[in-house]
Design a protein around this ligand. Structure first.
Ligand SMILES: [Zn+2]
Length: 292
């Protein structure tokens, strides 16, 4: 597994000095809001030539969230579980992605969808792993025979600083490889020659359509290749304009350029359940010196 070491070193070299920016305020536009801007399908399918509603992607309907799993438990009951059966409490995403911790994290293991680059850095919240799984499964469903991509850094088991990143501290950030028409190798620069545009676009499209994804960092050169693919697929320009942020530094578009993302993409998830778990558990865990 020599390449694992090499690539980790490379990752440090390439990302140092270009760390990811601070998270955007949680009020930023969700991908679902973008989907919501797409006109809904007309009730009459003969509504007229050129009506694009019928071909629009499925809008994301935000259902009432179920009650939080710990909502019915008192602090005394939580303490009992911390001591006797902590796995029952789920995962706490504590603090912020740039200054955070994890408790009760789940670990991504290599499977038919991905190869984990470094198991010590493959911990996350359940929503993060579920979101990654959904998006990659969507690629496999569309393109049978899709190879495994590489899952780079997520977070450490207990979160906290993960060199060389600023974020990746609270279990809701993931570095994921692109798909290539050449051999899948971790941390290779995407080019016109090697990028598997249909598969990579399917991946990014699935991520941006997922309500658990806040945004995806993709280098602008890769964005251009993916947009060309989307246009070749016949996807409507206004929808693509809303998805691609291009070079704009401050954008609410789900696909954003940040330096250092020509070799992989970075996904920021949202996990309100793990955040609420953290709100409930943090004082109890801290009192027992189980977190900092
Ligand atoms: Zn990252």
């Amino acid at each position: 597994m020599r390449w694992v070491v090499c690539c980790s070193v490379l990752a440090v070299a390439c990302e140092r000095g270009g760390a990811e920016p601070a998270p955007v305020a949680s009020a930023s536009v969700a991908p679902s809001a973008v989907a919501a801007e797409v006109p809904s399908a007309p009730s009459n399918e003969d509504a007229g030539a050129g009506a694009r509603g019928t071909g629009a992607p499925v809008g994301v309907v935000e259902a009432e969230p179920p009650p939080h799993p710990l909502a019915e438990l008192s602090d005394a009951e939580l303490v009992k579980l911390i001591e006797a059966d902590p796995k029952k409490l789920g995962t706490a995403s504590i603090g912020e992605p740039n200054r955070g911790q994890l408790w009760g994290a789940v670990q991504a293991e290599s499977n038919e969808l991905w190869e984990v680059v470094d198991p010590d850095r493959s911990w996350a919240t359940p929503a993060t792993l579920a979101g990654l799984t959904r998006a990659i499964q969507a690629v496999h469903a569309k393109f049978p025979g899709t190879p495994r991509l590489h899952l780079g850094d997520l977070s450490r088991e207990r979160g906290g600083y993960l060199r060389p990143h600023r974020s990746h501290q609270a279990g809701i950030d993931a570095d994921v490889s692109y798909y290539y028409v050449t051999d899948q190798k971790w941390y290779q620069k995407a080019t016109e020659q090697n990028l598997d545009r249909p598969r990579t676009w399917a991946l990014v499209r699935a991520l941006t359509a997922d309500p658990s994804v806040e945004y995806v960092f993709v280098d602008v050169t890769v964005q251009r290749m993916l947009r060309a693919q989307a246009e070749a697929n016949g996807e409507p320009a206004p929808e693509l304009d809303a998805l691609f942020g291009g070079m704009q530094r401050r954008t609410e578009a789900p696909i954003r350029h940040t330096w250092g993302h020509r070799t992989h993409l970075h996904v920021r998830f949202r996990d309100p359940v793990a955040r609420e778990t953290a709100r409930r558990l943090y004082p109890l865990l801290r009192a027992r010196r189980l977190v900092r």
